[in-house]
Write a protein that binds this ligand. Sequence first.
Ligand code: NAD
Ligand code: XAI
Ligand code: MG
Ligand code: MG
Length: 354
Amino acid sequence: MATINFGGVDETVITRDEYPLFKAQAYLKDEVIAVIGYGVQGPGQALNLRDNGFNVIIGQRQDSPSWEKALQDGWVEGETLFSIEEAAERGTIIANLLSDAGQIALWPTLKQHLTPGKTLYFSHGFGITFNDQTNIIPPADVDVILVAPKGSGTSLRRLYLQGGGLNSSYAVFQDATGEALEKAIALGIGVGSGYLFETDFRKEVYSDLTGERGVLMGALAGIIEAQYQVLRQRGHSPSEAFNETVEELTQSLVPLVGENGMDWMFSNCSVTAQRGALDWKGRFREATLPVLNELYDSVASGKEAERTIQRGSTPNYRQELEVELKEVRDSELWQTGATVRQLRSLKKTAEADA
Ligand SMILES: NC(=O)c1ccc[n+]([C@@H]2O[C@H](COP(=O)([O-])OP(=O)(O)OC[C@H]3O[C@@H](n4cnc5c(N)ncnc54)[C@H](O)[C@@H]3O)[C@@H](O)[C@H]2O)c1
Ligand SMILES: CC(C)(O)[C@@H](O)C(=O)O
Ligand SMILES: [Mg+2]
Ligand SMILES: [Mg+2]
């Protein structure tokens, strides 16, 4: 473990140099990692683990699209692909990568297979932290650990294939064997993390739910909709409104922030843009602070968990979700986006033909 100074604050971090893959492989060589659930995070982690040489099996509902996807990804029925129950029985490490609502429904089943010495692994602190609502209370004689990749399972896999890694947080909730910490670290390296930073289950779920409802997804979508609406109402064309709100953000400016920070992105724009951004960022910060505090309170009080569980447990939730997603997809804003993306690929084809 290394202590690294982040902006003046010391934190504990594990890097791949410090805990190399061969060490993780040796440490987990006798374990069977049962990845339960093959939605978004399941494939990312399971395929990275498999390619990294670990013993991995999948547990997934049969006759589901995810079962078909698992077959397409090369998991073999009866060898590495099983029903949830059978995979949980065979696994020594049960990686619970069902949806957070699915974890509640399947808990009575999984619990039966958590015999002494096994490990229960999560990628979210949700089930344990809100166990007054989820009833996920593990037996005392199993290790309970967390590795939470900080990004989509799709990005976890893509970055791995490119030779990179997504950062993950890790935590131990229960150490029955005295080995829980090293198991978490070895699994974190195994799933393809770039580096691992320390957290606990509560902090992971509070920050994760705030982040995705806030800047990462909810606030991003909301502020984009607001600016697009203003530009359209003031007489700008869809393509102009979209380019000044989304296309330049994703294609030009945010990649620069990722490479070298906000000030560097600012420095690569005109002084006119810099002046305006520096003048207005405070207004946006102050306007959104109350909303973000309200959001954090809603997370910490368990209200967000309650809503997620309630909505996620309705039988036709996936269809309802699809209606909401379709509404976003069909809006003028995102239809314009689809056209702009097509133009991007036409441009690439033209360049390739030249
Ligand atoms: N999506 C991500 O990229 C991501 C990133 C970091 C952490 N996580 C966490 O990882 C975990 C898995 O998330 P996900 O987004 O991959 O989940 P998901 O919504 O894609 O669902 C995963 C699987 O659960 C199965 N499932 C859902 N309800 C079920 C039920 N009642 N019975 C049986 N199977 C059921 C689905 O078939 C699917 O294969 C969650 O704890 C999530 O918070 C997800
Ligand atoms: C990918 C995210 C948003 O980071 C994750 O937290 C999720 O819930 O899918
Ligand atoms: Mg999340
Ligand atoms: Mg997240």
